[in-house]
Design a protein around this ligand. Structure first.
Ligand SMILES: Cc1cc2nc3c(=O)[nH]c(=O)nc-3n(C[C@H](O)[C@H](O)[C@H](O)COP(=O)(O)OP(=O)(O)OC[C@H]3O[C@@H](n4cnc5c(N)ncnc54)[C@H](O)[C@@H]3O)c2cc1C
Length: 508
């Protein structure tokens, strides 16, 4: 099999040798050849098959086991933007049934987002350059870099700086940026993608464009929050954020009985945090799904002094079982997150967004504890974990959100973003676990509707199989027409609509 592939590869090298010039009109029809063979010929030494070690290590690198076990026919590992260009040239001229997926850090757990059964994965792990320029205040990053690597570079600079990036260091740069990006700078700098000044993007036809405020402004807008629908990001230039001091991080754990009080504090913070945009709050409610009590943990961050913050004070006043306050660099914070979130589980997640309604949050958390956790315990999956993560989308955060596809800049009131996750080990229980999670979310959304607290916006980076991250956008005719027109302009053959299997694709 491999020798015939090599023969075909050599033969096709002649045909595809001109792939760099993406603007040429006359192209051979590649649909009759095995797509992986053609890619092998166009990109010798960069295409890996299931029996290659690199293929294995790349599938092991996915955050969620259930994503990693999808068996792609081959994995393309570009070393340059020109390699991505060649891959797109081949893929866009093959049959529409030649499916592909794009992977940066591989942190999405939803099947077929960054891996694809029997298709081609473009794995960007080697496009991982990081160049910091303190003179112009820009970090130039390859999409395959992980946030911990970015922070390591920034940490070595003279002076104190930050970058609006993932809180966990293992998260990849590419997927995070095209989904939006929550960070410790959200209140002062908006979504991480709002800090990007330019994206280099390989389009479906293989051409390369630089999208920024000055050129291809329409593409520059939709790539920020639009996911993998418009092209493959091969480079991001984003702002370096000068800091006066390292970041204050406080972790406080409470027992279950304190949940109503903690949620009241969260609700108050959400309403008032506008006055202290340098702070962030996240509340996680969950733990081991073994029938025991769930724990409530709050992470507070501040660019100044947490203890001097008025809006964070209520969290300190609640009786707690554990508290740890540290002043840390972004790299240390990323390590802290990484140590509390180990990889190697099967993961199911979904999300919703609601108005600032503490009672609704309490009902949701109790429902999870009373129904989902006991049902998980019955499945006897040792070590399975689950819960809810609640994060305020404050007005100071949303106000930055103008020039992107996230579209929440018109919000008059703050919102609360909810992410629910279950991590477990046994493939046989996948379906039951997914049903439990989705059922819980369905009930939560129904209750939110009944209480008048529902909101249609969904966060792409937390989306689950039941989520339409663009439902909210479709309700705004002007915005949605702009999105579709931009997609048509940059992907007229609908390569990303028809050849990726990502459930969050826009198939116009
Ligand atoms: C442990 C953990 C911590 C997290 N922490 C945060 C956090 O602090 N803040 C936050 O906002 N989110 C966070 N997330 C969510 C995370 O942002 C998303 O999962 C994000 O998609 C991960 O990006 P990635 O490159 O690792 O993912 P991948 O799985 O590689 O990609 C995700 C999606 O983006 C597309 N994509 C990837 N690269 C490109 C590219 N170069 N061009 C075009 N499309 C591309 C893929 O096709 C796929 O659809 C976290 C997730 C986990 C599991």
């Amino acid at each position: 099999m491999r020798s015939s592939v090599r023969w075909l590869a050599t033969t096709l090298l002649i045909i595809t040798g001109c792939a760099e010039n993406a603007q040429e009109d006359i192209r051979p029809d590649l649909s009759k050849f095995s797509i992986c063979s053609v890619l092998s010929s166009s990109l010798p030494d960069s295409v890996y098959f299931p029996d290659d070690q690199v293929y294995q290590s790349q599938t092991d690198s996915y955050w969620a086991t259930n994503q990693g076990e999808l068996a792609a026919a081959c994995r393309v590992t570009p070393r340059s933007r020109e390699d991505v260009q060649k891959a797109m040239w081949v893929l866009s001229r093959s049959s529409k049934s030649s499916t592909f997926a794009v992977k940066s850090g591989g942190h999405s757990a939803v099947a077929n987002t960054s891996n694809v059964e029997s298709g081609v994965v473009i794995d960007l792990e080697l496009l991982n350059h990081i160049n910091v320029d303190t003179e112009i205040g820009i970090v130039d990053i390859g999409p395959g870099a992980r946030w911990a690597d970015v922070y390591r570079h920034v940490d070595m600079l003279p002076g104190i700086y930050g970058v609006a990036g993932g809180r966990a260091g293992s998260v990849g740069v590419g997927g995070y940026f095209v989904g939006g990006g929550l960070s410790v700078f959200t209140g002062t700098h908006g979504w991480a993608c709002d800090n990007a000044v330019a994206f280099e993007i390989v389009l479906g036809n293989g051409s390369i464009v630089q999208a920024s405020h000055r050129s291809h402004q329409d593409l520059f807008r939709v790539i920020k929050g639009g996911g993998s629908n418009f092209g493959i990001v091969t480079r991001v230039k984003t702002r370096l954020i000068p800091l006066e001091r390292q970041i204050d991080v406080t972790q406080i754990s409470y027992d279950w009985t304190q949940l109503p009080t903690v949620l009241e504090a969260l609700s108050r913070y959400t309403a008032e945090a506008d006055t202290e945009p340098e702070t962030t709050v996240s509340v996680s409610i969950g733990g081991l799904m073994n029938g025991g009590a769930m724990l409530v943990t709050v992470v507070l961050t501040s660019l100044y002094d947490t203890y001097l913050s008025e809006s964070l004070r209520p969290f300190f006043k609640i009786r707690h079982v554990f508290i740890q306050r540290q002043r840390r660099s972004q790299l240390d914070i990323a390590r802290l997150y990484d140590s509390s979130e180990p990889k190697g589980f099967r993961e199911h997640r979904t999300t919703t967004t609601v108005e600032n309604d503490a009672f609704l949050l309490l009902m949701m958390a109790r429902n999870f504890s009373d129904t989902v956790a006991p049902a998980m315990a019955k499945l006897k999956e040792t070590g399975s974990q689950g819960g809810l993560l609640l994060q305020p989308l404050t007005l100071s955060h949303l106000r930055h959100s103008k020039d992107n596809m996230i579209g929440l800049h018109k919000a008059k009131e703050p919102l609360i973003l909810i992410s629910t996750v279950i991590r477990h080990s046994q493939p046989e229980t996948d379906e039951k676990v997914e049903d439990l999670l989705l059922d819980h979310m369905r009930q939560a959304n129904e209750l939110a509707l009944r209480r008048g607290s529902a909101h249609a916006w969904r966060y792409l980076n937390y989306a689950g199989i039941d989520t339409d991250p663009f439902e909210y956008h479709k309700g705004d005719d002007r915005l949605w027409s702009f999105v579709l027109a931009t997609k048509e302009k940059y992907d007229p053959s609908n390569v990303f609509g028809e050849q990726i299997r990502d459930p969050f694709r826009i198939n116009s």
